[in-house]
Design a protein around this ligand. Sequence first.
Ligand code: AMP
Ligand code: MN
Ligand code: MN
Ligand code: MN
Length: 283
Amino acid sequence: MIDLHSHSNRSDGALSPSALVQRAAARGVRALALTDHDTLDGLAEASTVARQHSLVLVAGVEVSVTWSGRTLHVIGLDIDPEAPVLRAGLSAVRSGRVARAQAIGARLERLGIPGAFDGAITLATNRDMVGRAHFARHMVAAGVVKDMGSAFRRYLGEGKSAFVRHTWAELQQAVDWIRAAGGVAVLAHPGRYGLRAARLRALMTEFRTLGGVAVEVLCASHGPDQVQLISQLANECGLFASAGSDFHCPDESWLDVGQLAHLPACCEPVWRHPNLRALAALQ
Ligand code: AMP
Ligand code: MN
Ligand code: MN
Ligand code: MN
């Protein structure tokens, strides 16, 4: 059981790093990557607790990227949390989050939903990691919408009434920071970007050229057709395949931590990559 994508409350997950690792261990996960958005804050706590449970904790991060005018996520696996280049890069990515959240709050206010910025920031354990998931949770708790999905469909999703465009890191920067920290760069949930096969192939080819190593084939947002397409494209582009639940919260997430199928037989699993050999023994 290997799960290479998960979140704690150091970004927009609901559980502390300790509670996340305990949940993973209880569910039989043997290797877990903690991949919080744009922060490495939870890794020290997670690795301490992982040792107590004989679980392999892969130090990870999920970097927010702007590519061709859209937001992509790039995961770094097995990074050195002390690497200065990565730390500085992530700090720069985080720096715009509070102002963006204020702008989202102002839009919601104009739409007749007051107090959303205060509500969201109260839910963010790390103030500078406030994000749309915190807004969505606040709006559910305040009775503005019935669930997280509605909050994104009506207000927070790309192009919706309270959406605020934001420029994150460049794709090349994210890959470079991850490589500078000794990690492996993985393109997260490629099926979620609304790209047709030809554009997806172009993105994956570019990602590989820039130094990317793998794509997520298995994740919460990929149906069987996407799993097949993305594993085929991965092979064409020379990319390894990764698998992660993207677990955020027991009541919200589509997949629980470790709730993953097997990778298709045609895939080259990312845990066979030379830089992730520590995981190879688990398979
Ligand atoms: P941000 O980084 O602030 O733009 O927030 C992005 C996060 O919002 C993602 O990492 C997810 O956790 C969450 N998210 C995005 N779309 C949805 C959705 N439709 N339903 C629930 N959560 C979502
Ligand atoms: Mn998230
Ligand atoms: Mn993501
Ligand atoms: Mn994620």
